[in-house]
Design a protein around this ligand. Sequence first.
Ligand SMILES: [Zn+2]
Length: 659
Amino acid sequence: MSERLAPRVKGLSYGGDYNPEQWPESVWAEDVALMREAGVTVVSLGIFAWAWLEPADGRYEFDRLDRLMDILHAGGVAVDLATATASPPAWFSVAHPESLPVDPDGRTLTYGSRQAFCPSSPAYRRKALDLVERLAERYREHPALAMWHVHNEYACHNAHCYCEISADAFRAWLQARYTDLDGLNAAWGTAFWSQTYTDWAQVQPPRATVTSSNPTQLLDFRRFSSDAHLANFTAERDVLTRVSPGVPITTNLMAASCYALDYWQWARELPVISNDHYVLAEAPTPPAAQTAYAADATRGLAGGGSWLLMEHSTSAVNWQPRNLAKAPGALLRESLGHVARGSEGAMFFQWRASRAGSEKWHSAMLPHAGTASKVWREVVALGGALRRLAEVEGARVVAHVAILLDYPSGWAQEAPNQPSTDLGAFDEIKRWHAALWRAGIAADLVHPAADLSRYVAVLAPSLYLADDDAIANITDYTASGGTLIMGPYSGLVDRNDHLRTAPLPGAFHKLLGVRVEELFPLPEAASVALDDGSTAAVWTEQLSVTEATVLASYLDGPVAGEPAITRFGETWYLGTRLSDDALTALLASATGAPVTHRVPAQVEAVRRRHDGGNSYLFLLNHGDGPAVVDARGTDLLTGTAWTGPAEVPGRGVVVLREA
Ligand SMILES: [Zn+2]
């Protein structure tokens, strides 16, 4: 896991998706000349070019790609060459209508968009692998080839398919998991509602039915679907490894926006971890905190090591209700926000803005306005900045806190028939991360069964489902003196979404020294006050302490007078959903973790350090005015020496090689 593009691309990678099928060959020379002007080092080439490369079944036309690879190489631009399998051509879908995805209502979704295929389709797999094999054979020795880019954003649109082919594949997956129907019936709890299966042929995906489906069926279908997409990835990867050995391989994940795939399973299979991230312009969480989460989550998948920001946007996107353009300076700050947190470069969708098609209003490195534009000037400036930051490559982010993230737990918690639809799992993990971000404390996102020994504190904001490995790992961590801070509604069910035995929370009641008697979710928009001055919303629990100390109790609400926050040794339990401010204050003190650097509130500070070598302090000023920071070193972006307190310009970035 976590290889790097180096030595095929020197320094930090800079560039974007290059989709030449949209343009006449006459613009290619200008593209490469402008790439050189911008300092582009690598492009992701041909991600949606299947129909361009194979215009009819078995008719491969690589001449244009040959010429383009040569032109790019002559221009000094390396290629992250796509396998182009993300969007099957119309001829394929017409020839194989059984490959089209089917929704839970039984409606077949047609082609004419992208990613319109069933992840379990053998026809899709066969034709995709044919194309991959041809590409690998043809370009494996090409000097421009730096990396293979498999597919694009797996499961972005076709995460789950409910067709007959998928039903068969789901049954086979279940047979491997449970061996016999007794095992499946027990795991799914089918005795209730007379759901017992007596023949494998009766077992279906969770298709639309009169009311909610069996929750463990839903959970297993999500696991199965993640595995089905992963099998497509590993099949392509294995062809590339066989035909084109030694070339790095990646696929672009969406660590901050896609929860359909169990990315921990994927990370084990991915040689290079890369990620796409798009800021939600109108979300309550500031863009910089969104960026920090995406980067920290991706770095977690890379085991704390190298990863690459494969896509973000130079300005507006095209798929939000209102696509807000970025203010001056935001491009540099956002890109370096990712680099600060471990990305070995900054890549964009896409190089040249489209004139037609669904993404024509998505910003690009070369905008519709051309080079006489804010976007182009900032793109050129970013290229220069990344060149000056080359020595940062390979330095690791210093984080002392871990935040636990488990996909099946979130899937189970966000299924129907839970106590409250307001207590989201993945959003709550992001909210705790944002609280740490506000406190200036760096954090890694990690799997609950990962090695936790290097962290001074571990946060479990949302761990409704905890399997036996996770429980043992967390228990071992606390036994060795680590600080654990756990959020509400955690440790309640096992891997099959069955409640653990009383007292609740079954997995952790001994560890936390508390007992949960009854859950008291709050009405929409209601809040409660605590006797430590904080407020909370969404959720309360009737909690009694067995061995823990009560740190705060409810002043009002359905469990007024009862404990809300408890502590037992170094384990803390929050039986409620604290407000953002209260959560930030609590985590800042309870983790015992150092802030990265003392900075004014408008400045974000992140540190990367080479093992036994230089350390780099990234200072990102998200405020309009300048901010004074006390630090020493050399600003790599300007060459300025810092010998004490100095100014980070408003909306600007300073990267110090620390003295
Ligand atoms: Zn299907």
